[in-house]
Each structure stands twice: as structure tokens, then as C-alpha cells.
Ligand binder design. Structure first.
Ligand SMILES: Nc1nc2c(ncn2[C@@H]2O[C@H](COP(=O)(O)OP(=O)(O)OP(=O)(O)O)[C@@H](O)[C@H]2O)c(=O)[nH]1
Ligand SMILES: [Mg+2]
Length: 309
């Protein structure tokens, strides 16, 4: 049986190999993903984002346990923004999620960004497709919410959970504006610490400044103690309620598809330009003239577009 068939059959080791393939050999991955068409679109994709140390991994682990209790299979992608040197967070995630080690129904994978800018969202979206095709009912993606790529992943998930904690510096102000925007469900974790009520109230206050039309979703603000699992069932309930709105899900999936499509088109367009002797010369010339200050980037692009169309 080849790799694609084994992934479709849900084989854990095949899933692992397939994800390594999308990380390291995008061209081979294209062939693999082609075999999965028609088997994609069933998984619920949930982003979990928030500043380092707020308890995302602990929460993800509890969410996975909750979904398992509901009889759903789970795939977890922990996007690790740390440098190649430290690698500590990956180890931490492994240890923290060890309770699932003997459960075939939970697949955990850390994906390191290692400064490969742009590569992150591609490999991650492909990994989501693989888990989806492999029949995982729920895909949880943990991102540290630091870079644009991470925010993009969260934005295109079926539902995004934004996690914060009491006494997070200046409270809500400490959360990056971009992150506040993408929350469908807000979680104040570490409710055992003082100030959880106030942190939740601050988020509520901020959310109340928005306008909510008839039938629009108002993100709930929930409090959890991920370390013990307290409040986690309510988070799953809220996520299911949000993602259960068919129009909303369709829209997210459309955005996800469009983002991915235009990214790939952009990449292939540039690759095509670089592949042909003639157009590569055009690019090289434009680079020289831009570097010499003879032409601005917009004019250069306009010229290339004109001469290649
Ligand atoms: N007091 C308290 N500590 C918690 C709670 N949840 C998680 N923690 C602790 O917070 C620390 C960070 O938890 P992680 O789950 O690793 O946080 P994270 O957001 O995944 O961290 P990074 O992946 O490094 O950004 C750990 O020591 C957890 O044990 C909680 O509800 N209460
Ligand atoms: Mg973590």
C-alpha cells in the first residue's frame, strides 16, 4: 500500500511521514495531496493561540481529552516558534501531552518554524489536510500568536480560541490587537491566580465596544484552570456552538481555500518566472536597476507584468 492509502486508512506512522514530506519536500507532497482529494473537509479545525506560557499546550491537551470523551479522534499540531537552538518547547509539549501516548485516537506533532518564513503556513495547512484526510475529527493547532503566519492560521481555522491569563502585563492591552480580532472564544486560563475575574471583565468590556447585528456571534469569555481541567468542557461547548453555525463554517473554509490558493499561485508564478531563461533575465535586469535606484519596485513589477503577459 502506498503512503497516500495508508494515510487515508488513518495509519499514525503514515501520517507522520506524510507531514515530514510536506515540511521538507513540497513537490513530493503535491502528488500525495492529490490522492486525498475527495476525502477532505470533514475535520473541525480549531486554532489555539496566545502569548508564550499562558497554558496553550495544557489547554490543548485537555481539549483533546474532552473530545476523546465525546468519541472523536484528534490531531494536534503544535507550531513551535522557537529557534532551532532551544528546542525546549517541543520537548515540553511532548511531555505535557504524554497522557495520550497510548491512545491511537490522539496524534501529536510539533512543527518547528525555524525561521523558514512563509514555509510555516504552507506546511501547516498541508498538515491539516493530511490529518483531515486521515479521518481525524478534530484538528487542534497551537500557535504562539507572535507572527503574521500564526495569526493567519488562526484566522482561517473553523474556530479560534484566544488564551490569556490574569496579570498578563497590562492585561488586555498586552494582547496584540491582531490577536483580539481573531478570537471566536476567549479563555482566561489560570483562574486559580488572582485577577481572573478582572481579566475576563476587561475582555468583555473590549468586546462590548463592537457592534453585534442580529444573529452575529458574540465571542464568549470563559475562565479555565487547564492544569486541572476545570472549565474546559465549557470551552468545547462554546467552540462547537460557534463552529456549528453552517454559514460561518462555510465562510471560514472559503477563506482558508482562497488564502491557500492565492499563496500557491503566487509562489508558482514567481517560480515560473525564475525558471525561464528569458524571464529570469528580465528579473535580473529589474533587480540591477532597482538596486541602482533607477527604478522603483512598482514600476519594475509593472514592466515585468507587461512583458510577460
Ligand atoms: N497555575 C496554573 N498554571 C497553569 C495552568 N495551566 C497551565 N499552567 C502552567 O503554565 C505553564 C505553561 O503552560 P503551557 O501549557 O506550556 O503554556 P504554553 O502557552 O503552551 O507555552 P508555550 O508553548 O511555551 O508558549 C506550565 O507550567 C503549566 O503547568 C493553570 O490553569 N493554572
Ligand atoms: Mg505550548
Amino acid at each position: 500500500m502506498d503512503l497516500a492509502d495508508r494515510v487515508l486508512a488513518g495509519d499514525q506512522r503514515a501520517i507522520a511521514r506524510a507531514i515530514s514530506l510536506v515540511e521538507n519536500e513540497p513537490d513530493a507532497a503535491a502528488g500525495l495531496l492529490r490522492h486525498m482529494a475527495g476525502r477532505i473537509g470533514h475535520a473541525r479545525v480549531i486554532g489555539v493561540t496566545g502569548a508564550p506560557g499562558v497554558g496553550k499546550s495544557t489547554l490543548v491537551d485537555r481539549l483533546a481529552a474532552e473530545y476523546r470523551r465525546m468519541g472523536r479522534t484528534v490531531g494536534i499540531l503544535a507550531i513551535d516558534p522557537t529557534s532551532p537552538i532551544s528546542g525546549g518547547a517541543i520537548l515540553g509539549d511532548r511531555v505535557r501531552m504524554q497522557r495520550h501516548v497510548f491512545d491511537e485516537g490522539v496524534y501529536v506533532r510539533s512543527m518547528a518554524t525555524h525561521g523558514r518564513l512563509g514555509g510555516l503556513s504552507h506546511a501547516t495547512s498541508d498538515a491539516v489536510l493530511i490529518l483531515d484526510a486521515a479521518g481525524r475529527d478534530v484538528v487542534l493547532i497551537e500557535t504562539a500568536g507572535v507572527g503574521q503566519a500564526e495569526v493567519d492560521i488562526a484566522r482561517t481555522a473553523d474556530a479560534s480560541i484566544v488564551v490569556t491569563i490574569p496579570d498578563a502585563g497590562d492585561g488586555v492591552q498586552a494582547m496584540k490587537a491582531g490577536i483580539m480580532e481573531i478570537g471566536d472564544v476567549f479563555v482566561v486560563n489560570k483562574l486559580d491566580r488572582p485577577g481572573a475575574e478582572r481579566a475576563a471583565a476587561e475582555i468583555e468590556e473590549m468586546l462590548s465596544l463592537r457592534e453585534y447585528g442580529e444573529g452575529t456571534w458574540r465571542p464568549p469569555v470563559l475562565k479555565t484552570r487547564a492544569a486541572t481541567g476545570e472549565g474546559v468542557a465549557a470551552v468545547v461547548e462554546a467552540v462547537e456552538r460557534f463552529a456549528g453555525q453552517p454559514a460561518e463554517t462555510r465562510e471560514r473554509r472559503r477563506t482558508r481555500a482562497r488564502t491557500r490558493l492565492t499563496d500557491l499561485l503566487r509562489q508558482q508564478f514567481v517560480e515560473r518566472l525564475e525558471h525561464s531563461e528569458e524571464t529570469r533575465k528580465l528579473l535580473d535586469e529589474a533587480v540591477e536597476r532597482m538596486a541602482a535606484g533607477e527604478i522603483d519596485p512598482y514600476a519594475a513589477v509593472a514592466e515585468i507584468m507587461e512583458r510577460t503577459s
